[in-house]
Design a protein around this ligand. Structure first.
Ligand SMILES: *Cc1c(COP(=O)(O)O)cnc(C)c1O
Length: 394
């Protein structure tokens, strides 16, 4: 089997599993308890906080552990909104191709009377910093723009965005779930005020993540209860998961350069191979993208059927995001970069694992070629295109 859906989730690393099992066995105490096994759990927790902070250039007291990326996104955005409202500012800027954890939170805030501007994403899968600057108003309280997109892998000009936000004194949150552990991220250099991360996207466990909030930002609670996480996130901490996340993030960050070098070579080999398929197109900029991400549209076919047939060939891939597959709506990300419905439906995302080989890349190219050709052989849309009854777009 070739697992090429690492943007949906990753396999846990051996070290992360070991950490998790060892904490479950040895350090099962409640970190809020005063006796020894509780205090040892507390030490594990605080060491993890240091490790996680160091991975992004933050201070340990700036890290809150959460249940994952979605919770961190929700808490950061609600915080930005509430802090804004205190000053009478209720305008938020984001982009059209954010994760649903961001877009649906913004929808909720709109119903409460906030105004949201979604910046356009250009055909290359990038927003333009000058368009962001032009959108900032007197009453803008928050900018939330993702670091790297989960579907098409494009990496936003985060440092420029951070600079613009700092200059205009607007809080800047970034959903960095796809970036952490894959490309270098430094919250100080990038001038980031809040950042979301999720362990299962870098070989850690599912159901755990963290929110970075720059010192001085008063977080709004999503969950009320005990005084855990400095009173900002109630509930007994997921100590084994948090410890495993720290192991995974240290491992991933330490290997970024080595992995990127290999992945970029494999990614570009895969892109070159798939480009040979007639009436196909790469989605997103060819170089300003995650080292692991390949995303294509093939005209005249359905992404779902493509996935099922690739599954038969032992390839795990995705079409659109995992959250929307199963629904008939085409990906909001592909629509945002200007793909029309018909074309957006025929999309394929292959997100490579760090250990992918040239042989596997060649097998993927061969398989996708075969499957696309097969599906086109009985596609009514393809027949119309070839007969000239419909115009080719790609
Ligand atoms: C996976 C993902 C999320 C959600 O993270 P969970 O830990 O699964 O809640 C949010 N944003 C992006 C960009 C993602 O890829």
């Amino acid at each position: 089997m070739i697992y090429a859906d690492n943007a949906a989730t990753t396999k846990m690393s051996k070290d992360a599993i070991e950490t998790m099992v060892s904490v479950m066995n040895e350090t099962f105490g409640n970190p809020s308890s005063l006796y020894e096994v509780g205090q040892r759990a507390k030490e594990v927790l605080e060491q993890a906080r240091k490790d996680v902070a160091e991975a992004i250039g933050a201070q340990p007291q700036e890290i809150i552990f959460t249940s994952g990326g979605s919770e961190a996104d929700n808490q950061a955005i609600i915080t930005g909104a509430r802090l804004g409202a205190l000053k009478g500012k209720k305008h938020i800027i984001s982009s059209a191709f954010e994760h649903h954890a961001v877009l649906h939170t913004l929808k909720k805030l709109e119903k409460e009377g906030y105004e949201v501007t979604l910046l356009p994403v250009h055909e290359d899968g990038l927003i333009r910093p000058e368009e962001l600057e032009a959108a900032i108003r007197e009453d803008t309280c928050l900018v939330t723009i993702m670091y790297a997109n989960n579907e098409i892998g494009t990496i936003q000009p985060i440092r420029e965005i951070g600079e613009i936000c700092r200059k205009h004194q607007v809080l800047f949150h970034t959903d960095a779930v796809q970036a952490i552990g894959h490309i270098p991220v430094n919250v100080v250099a990038d001038q980031i005020d809040m950042l979301s991360s999720s362990a299962h996207k870098y070989h850690g466990p599912k159901g755990v993540g963290f929110l970075y909030a720059k010192k001085g930002i008063r977080l709004t609670n999503l969950i009320e209860g005990g005084a855990q996480e400095r009173g900002k996130r109630a509930g007994t901490e997921n100590v084994p998961g948090i410890a495993a996340m720290a192991t995974a993030v240290k491992e991933a960050v330490a290997s970024i350069d080595k992995n990127a070098k290999n992945l970029i070579q494999k990614r570009d080999r895969l892109i070159a191979g798939l480009k040979e398929i007639p009436h196909s197109a790469l989605n997103g900029d060819a170089s300003k993208r995650l080292p692991s991400n390949v995303n294509f549209c093939f005209e005249g076919i359905e992404g779902e059927s493509l996935l099922l047939l690739l599954d038969d060939k032992g390839i795990c891939a995705s079409s659109g995001s995992a959250c929307t597959s199963g629904s008939l709506d085409p990906s909001h990300v592909l629509l945002a970069i200007g793909r029309v419905h018909d074309v957006a439906h025929g999309s394929l995302r292959l997100s490579l694992g760090e250990d992918v080989t040239d042989e596997e890349v060649d097998y993927m190219i061969k398989s996708v070629k075969e499957v696309v050709e097969y599906l086109r052989s009985f596609s009514p849309i393809w027949r119309d295109l070839v007969a000239g009854k419909k115009q080719f777009i790609l």
